[in-house]
Design a protein around this ligand. Structure first.
Ligand SMILES: Nc1nc2c(ncn2[C@@H]2O[C@H](COP(=O)(O)OP(=O)(O)OP(=O)(O)O)[C@@H](O)[C@H]2O)c(=O)[nH]1
Ligand SMILES: [Mg+2]
Length: 217
């Protein structure tokens, strides 16, 4: 019975995700869903991304959080239009919440929409939002065994960004080990290493993003 309810929920979400996907396609918009555990550095990465790319790309951001509008305020401070969705305790965004937030944007005028999902290593991976690509962030203090403990998120992502590389000397985190685990779970996954704090490696992320945008146009 419980399984049926879960299946029904996911099927209803999938229908709305397809509606979102059609809307995005009609506007030629590239949409990225960024997922990670709490505090891996999603908003920091997006702040720096907005600082660097907003001059040449029309970017908007949807921020998902349990409560507070702190993350949307951090993005708005960079001059980028950001809308906060509060899930009221829910551990992930769903396609309906995103559909509601889309009313705040002129999709035709945008080049890139980035959705920061709720910080959680499990739930967000199960819910399609209609995005063009899923990106997962794993930060070095979280530990290098995460791909085998939380495989779904690694399976569902096209890109893994390993963040907080500036802390590598202080934590037990073997980048090669993570790469090995992640590729075993998802052979097609691309992997880049960055520090959203110092800016190290961020060109790799910008290159990935702009490559996807060019392919789309
Ligand atoms: N040392 C270091 N700290 C970082 C880096 N990126 C983010 N942080 C710090 O990590 C903490 C969490 O960063 P956020 O960007 O808020 O993380 P988040 O994933 O958006 O967090 P939630 O939205 O709560 O899930 C902050 O104190 C950041 O300054 C990094 O590359 N290196
Ligand atoms: Mg955040």
């Amino acid at each position: 019975m419980e399984i049926d309810v879960q299946k029904g929920l996911l099927a209803a979400n999938e229908r709305l995700a397809q509606e979102n996907r059609s809307l995005f396609a009609r506007s030629g918009l590239f949409v990225v869903n960024i997922m990670s555990g709490p505090g891996a550095g999603k908003t920091t990465l997006l702040e720096r991304t907005c600082e660097t790319l907003a001059a040449r790309l029309n970017i908007a951001v949807i921020e998902g959080d349990l409560q507070t509008s702190e993350d949307a305020e951090r993005i708005a401070a960079k001059g980028v239009h950001a809308v906060q969705i509060n899930t009221g305790g829910g551990c992930h965004l769903d396609a309906k919440m995103v559909q509601g937030a889309l009313k705040s944007f002129d999709l035709d005028a945008l080049d890139l929409l980035i959705i920061e999902n709720v910080g959680n290593l499990v739930c967000p991976a199960a819910f399609d939002l209609g995005e063009s690509a899923r990106v997962m962030l794993l930060s070095t203090p979280e530990g290098d065994e995460k791909p085998i403990k939380y495989p779904l998120m690694f399976t569902r992502s096209q890109l893994l960004i390993i963040n907080k590389m500036d802390l590598l000397d202080y934590v037990d985190f073997d980048v090669k080990r993570v790469e090995g685990y992640a590729k075993k779970i998802n052979p097609g996954i691309e992997i880049i290493t960055v520090s959203a704090k110092t800016g190290e490696g961020m060109e790799g992320w910008y290159g990935w993003l702009t490559g996807k945008l060019e392919k789309k146009s």
